[in-house]
Design a protein around this ligand. Structure first.
Ligand code: FAD
Length: 330
């Protein structure tokens, strides 16, 4: 203003204290060179305790999905991208006198767990129900054993854990500025929730992994009510806009460019040039969710590569050879 014109003005830039991340003290696990594997075997599982079971889908979602936090007391450590085995209580109907077979679940939390103390693991479980194909009605006698046990469990209940297992979905941390494209359908988002918390929610003091690359999540679900962890992911968009992209494909609400249902591969197709460029530059791509997802995705990637005059087969074999291609479908 005219009154301040003759006075010296000092401009100061003040570095704001970032409150966007949670400060976390490092676990010994941070120093390990290899991930923990099969610490607890099927014959001698660890007995964990249910901390909470929360339905995380809205009323219009087809089916039910729960976020389940299990206390392992720090005794069943794991890395992001690994799975736990769960042995449901009761007898295996196919092998009388024996326990049920183990079921695997991708861990949806980082190694620090949802309380940042390294003592819990979270699972994202869809309740498996059976519909009689003739009547179209639900048949409770054929409901999934383990998913129903987990979704019906209450705080304080005991749960038999095995593992952790799996190396294919580990987050490569050698390059903190690397790019990661994550493709999920439904509960397949579990390992990606863990990656994203590691990248954007936790600030592990003295850790070498300070993420500075791009994380791009494509999530396919039925409708808006079926979105999983949407608030958490949307917050990263606000707090880390340069490092996070988040695209949702709602098959029953959105239409693809051909007027059909919008599946995750249709959403990917919208960005196919960027995706192929990122892969060319060394990005990792991960797929997790129902087995059926891979057919449509591979067809789409093949089509867009061919439209660009490139061979998808050659690209795919290069991605596999370079360990950029990670698939865990069930
Ligand atoms: P089961 O009892 O094993 O039954 C399987 C299916 O058969 C059910 O749909 C059931 O309704 C049906 N069925 C039962 N009886 C009959 C019958 N008589 N006739 C016809 N059908 C019948 N799942 C998740 O929800 N979240 C995850 O994060 C997850 N991660 C996984 C990671 C990996 C690596 C793998 C391999 C699997 C993962 N799964 C995950 C799947 C999970 O392991 C289980 O397969 C799933 O929960 C179903 O197990 P269940 O015991 O409930 O069903």
């Amino acid at each position: 203003s005219s009154r301040s014109r003759d006075r010296p003005v000092v401009c100061m830039s003040v570095q704001q204290v970032s409150t966007k991340k949670v400060a976390v003290s490092p676990l010994v696990l941070e120093e390990a060179k290899e991930p923990p594997l099969h610490v607890f075997k099927n014959k001698e599982p660890y007995t964990g305790t249910i901390v909470s079971v929360e339905r995380i889908v809205g009323p219009r979602a087809p089916g039910e999905t729960c976020h389940i936090v299990i206390d392992h007391g720090g005794n069943v450590p794991y890395w992001e991208g690994q799975s736990y085995g769960i042995i449901p209580p009761g007898e295996n109907p196919k092998k009388p006198g024996s326990p049920h077979n183990v079921r695997l679940y991708s861990i949806a939390s980082t190694r620090y767990g949802d309380f940042f103390d390294g003592k819990t693991a979270s699972l994202c479980v869809r309740r498996a129900v059976y519909y009689d194909p003739e009547t179209g009605k639900e048949d409770p006698s054929k409901k999934g054993v383990c998913s129903n046990f987990l979704c019906d469990s209450k705080r304080g209940d005991k749960v038999q854990i095995t593992g952790p297992s799996g190396k294919i979905m580990l987050l490569p941390e050698d390059n903190p500025n690397g790019n990661h494209i994550m493709i999920a359908t439904g509960t397949g988002v579990a390992p990606f929730r863990a990656y994203l918390r590691r990248m954007f929610m936790e600030n592990v003091t003295a850790s070498s992994f300070k993420f500075g690359g791009l994380a791009w999540l494509f999530l396919g679900v039925a409708n808006g009510d079926s979105l999983l962890y949407d608030e958490e992911f949307s917050k990263y968009l606000v707090d880390h806009p340069a490092n996070f992209r988040y695209d949702r494909a709602l098959s029953r609400e959105h239409k693809n460019k051909r007027g059909g249902k919008m599946y995750v591969q249709d959403k990917m197709e919208e960005y196919s040039d960027e995706i192929l460029e990122l892969l060319e530059q060394g990005a990792h791509i991960y797929f997790c969710g129902l087995k059926g997802m891979m057919g449509g995705i591979q067809e789409t990637l093949k089509r867009v590569a061919e439209e660009r005059g490139e061979s998808w087969e050659e690209k795919l074999s290069k991605l596999k050879k370079n360990k950029q291609w990670h698939v865990e479908v069930y």
